[in-house]
Design a protein around this ligand. Structure first.
Ligand code: PAF
Length: 284
């Protein structure tokens, strides 16, 4: 069932909460793909009721053009959810900007112990304040037992864990592995904006991440970064925004390899005006 306002969502959820049913929550910005569906499937498996929100949150976009071009397909999204799952146990919340923000579309500011200072936080000013603002609102309305996030946005996942810890919200944050297209490209709503041929070519991003995972076994971190930068320098259609190797624990850039410190490679690439992100755990 679709609900369009947070008040009607709260009303629907009240009877569910009274029956002590567990609520799984998958927040999305729509243009749903198999990655989202796998989060929903896990939520359905682990909870009595699934709530999905579909809302392109304006305050997390630092680029107006990106916000305007973000794919929107509410009818298609809803049809997909209905086809995949039993409608009786699913609430789809599709609010307007007004329902979430009223007349004052702005974000609160959050500190996430420095997790917000690197990568997406450094390159997209205000992004994680926008994410924190919408998720605080949604968590307070939905009051889920568990909420599900993809590891494609690995930094976001760590930040959401920190957010609920700081706000003492009683929700368990579950991270789920990246879903990939057949050619290895990480699934993303933004892939919709790529031409067919570029979507094929974009498989190179994951391929180079895997090259880096191999290469770092016998080379230093800085050499691995250099190798990746050299590869992208030879691909004129792909503009590398950043490639970085950071510690999984606190997301700080890794200086040297150590068997006891889990590292992860993070990448952002622009192609055909679309910003694509991906990451891969490294085994040293
Ligand atoms: O990952 C996303 O799609 C968004 O950042 C989220 C978590 C739905 C908040 O708007």
């Amino acid at each position: 069932m679709i609900v369009k306002t947070h008040n009607s969502l709260k009303k629907q959820l009240k009877s569910i909460q009274l029956k002590s049913k567990t609520i799984g929550f998958v927040p999305t910005m729509g243009a749903l793909h198999k990655g989202h569906l796998s989060l929903m499937q896990q939520a359905v498996n682990e909870n009595d009721v699934l709530v999905v929100s579909i809302f392109v949150n304006p305050t997390q976009f630092n680029n107006q053009d990106d916000l305007e071009k973000y794919p929107r397909a509410i009818e298609k999204d809803y049809a997909l959810i209905k086809k995949e799952f039993n409608d009786a146990t699913i609430l789809v919340y599709t609010p307007s900007v007004q329902d979430v923000y009223g007349e004052n579309v702005h974000s609160n500011s959050y500190q996430y112990n420095g997790l917000e200072k690197v990568m997406e936080g450094a390159n997209r000013p205000g992004h994680f304040d926008g994410v924190g603002t919408i998720l605080e609102f949604l968590f307070k309305v939905v009051q889920p037992d568990k909420a599900y996030f993809g590891e494609k946005d690995y930094q976001q996942l760590q930040i959401v864990k920190k957010l609920v810890q700081k706000l003492a919200l009683p929700v368990k944050i579950i991270g789920c592995p990246i879903k990939r297209e057949e050619n290895g490209l990480a699934m993303s709503s933004r892939n919709e904006r790529l031409s067919k041929s570029t979507r094929k070519e974009a498989a190179i991003i994951y391929k180079i991440l895997k090259d880096a995972r191999r290469y770092i076994k016998n080379n230093s971190i800085s050499k691995t970064i250099q190798m990746v930068e050299n590869k992208f320098a030879q691909l004129p259609n792909f503009e590398l925004e950043y490639f970085t190797i950071n510690r999984e624990s606190d997301l700080k850039p890794a200086i040297r390899k150590s068997k006891n410190t889990a590292l992860r490679a993070f990448i952002v690439v622009h192609v055909e005006g679309v910003r694509l992100i991906d990451n891969l755990a490294l085994d040293l």
